[in-house]
Design a protein around this ligand. Structure first.
Ligand code: CTP
Length: 395
């Protein structure tokens, strides 16, 4: 998404300015070209030389280096990002003040910009600043953070600049078509654990990567997203409601409680099919456990499919070498609208991989997708779901 895109990054005078180097590197790793404007205050926190080395280009600091820089720089960019954005730059822009290169360039930029505020919590809570924030938000500008945590002044509170990974995700969202705006999506991801005792459990293999990619893509496209996740060790997406669960029963409850409010349910979790019939409170001696009786867990997607408050439902069918027929049967048996089939026995697209090659099946036929990243696969799954949802009149 950011490949070959031109990011104009404004850096202002906050202690978080040192994180700009990592931010620039992340943007560049995604294929973006980064041009930087630094304010005089920013240059007191981090040297323009360091930023120049990271970005690979000359840093703009002086309003009069070129009398048209404040017009040409924003004009040539695909997205204007201000990170860190002090209370000062946000208030100046909300008031239309243009007294240096950065504020003048912002005024000359006629699209929505992304701000990553960073300041002391007292400044953040000041109603004057909040009013200025509201002005920019009402004009359609995007914001990421600030986060709560320990601040440079030694206090705890809201005001830390958002993590650089989240700023990049917000930049991608800012540039995306918001075609899922108004949609309320629930994505499940990862495995569940069915406990024998406090230290032993039965589980399914799943990294959660595909579900996380779907939640991230849906959020980027404007949906309000809840991600119900079993135990996963990967970084969750930014801007989604996170619900942690352990067992299939907890996931079942978390999904069914939210079902009436949803427009789409995506069940990508690898829900355990069996649970031990007895869960011991204390770790039992192995000599005492001579047999394990199992009971079937409730089928979440089937229960959602038979519910009167049924949203548009997407399921997954991770198989080991079987044909798509098995997925087609699950689509009908569980009353889903769409099912995504993949062969997890393949080493290039199986567990823990970043790539996937899936077949999307619906009631009218199937759509095989090429081998691509899980992020790209997520986009294609959402594209097809949006299309089918429109066709089915569930829009
Ligand atoms: N699923 C579910 N609740 C369960 C088991 C599975 O909601 N207790 C969902 C999965 O999240 C997936 C779909 O059902 O979207 C198909 O899951 P899968 O494990 O492939 O199929 P099963 O119906 O469990 O059948 P089998 O294990 O025999 O292949």
């Amino acid at each position: 998404m950011l490949k070959d895109k031109k990011i104009l990054l404004g850096i202002t005078g906050s202690v978080a300015a040192y994180k700009s180097i990592d931010l620039i590197k992340l943007f560049k790793n995604k294929g973006a070209v980064v041009e930087v404007i630094m304010t005089a205050s920013a240059a007191r926190f981090i040297s323009p030389m360091s930023i120049s080395v990271a970005s690979g280009s000359r840093i703009h600091t002086d309003m009069f280096e070129d009398h048209l820089a404040h017009i040409n720089l924003p004009l040539a960019s695909d997205l204007f990002v201000v990170a860190p954005a002090t209370a000062n730059i946000i208030s100046k822009h909300a008031s239309g003040i243009a007294d240096d290169l950065l504020s003048s360039s912002l005024l000359a930029y006629d699209r929505k910009a992304l701000f990553a505020p960073a300041m002391n919590w007292r400044m953040y809570q000041n109603p004057v600043w909040q009013k200025n924030l509201d002005i920019l938000a009402s004009l359609g500008h995007c914001f990421v953070g600030p986060e709560r945590g320990s601040l440079a002044c030694g206090e705890e509170g809201i005001g830390r600049m958002a993590r650089v990974e989240h700023i990049v995700e917000a930049a991608e969202a800012c540039m995306s078509d918001q075609d899922l705006s108004g949609q309320r999506l629930l994505v499940t991801a990862g495995p569940t654990r069915e406990y024998i005792d406090p230290v032993r459990y039965i589980t399914n293999r799943s990294s959660g990567k595909m579900g996380f990619a779907l939640a991230r893509a849906a959020r980027r496209r404007g949906a309000s997203v809840t991600l119900i996740k079993g135990p996963c060790s990967i970084e969750p997406p930014y801007g989604v409601e996170l619900v942690d669960v352990d067992t299939a029963a907890q996931m079942h409850k978390a999904v069914m409680d939210r079902l009436p409010a949803l427009t789409m349910l995506i069940m990508s979790a690898a829900v355990a099919d069996f649970s031990p019939s007895t869960r011991y409170d204390k770790k039992i001696e192995k000599s005492e456990l001579t047999r394990l009786d199992l009971v079937r867990t409730d089928d979440i997607v089937a229960d959602a499919g038979s519910s009167a408050e049924r949203p548009f439902i997407v399921g997954f069918s991770a198989e080991t070498g079987s044909s798509v027929e098995r997925a087609v049967k699950k689509l009908h048996d569980k009353n889903m609208d769409m099912i995504v089939f993949n062969d997890v026995s393949r080493s290039d697209i199986g567990f823990d991989c970043d790539l996937n090659e899936v077949v999307i099946i619906d009631r009218n036929g199937s759509l095989p997708l090429p081998l691509m990243s899980k992020d790209e696969t997520a986009e294609a799954i959402l594209d097809r779901a949006v299309e089918l949802k429109k066709l089915s009149g569930k829009e």
